[in-house]
Design a protein around this ligand. Sequence first.
Ligand SMILES: [Zn+2]
Length: 103
Amino acid sequence: MADLSPETKARLHKQLVKLGDMMGDGLHHEADGKWIAKSYKKTLKALGLVKPVKRNITGINERMAQRVKEVVCQKCSFTLEQTRSGSKRAICLACGAKYQLLK
Ligand SMILES: [Zn+2]
């Protein structure tokens, strides 16, 4: 996160170290210590150290929909279909040959 002030960043870093120490002691495993791990994750996120892992599935599907229209099976010239949502591979509906259609 680029819009954090240096003061905020310093504070968050300090908090992170403190929470990390507590987790090092195993406090987050105790019944009333669940907030520690939660805060740790939140702090990491606030500092921009954890990037949300989200693939652009819609974009892939759209490009694949276009690719399977352009490409036919090299073995039998039959129609290809995306193997599953979010996949960059397609399978021939006739012979089952698989192709990588997107890089
Ligand atoms: Zn085929």
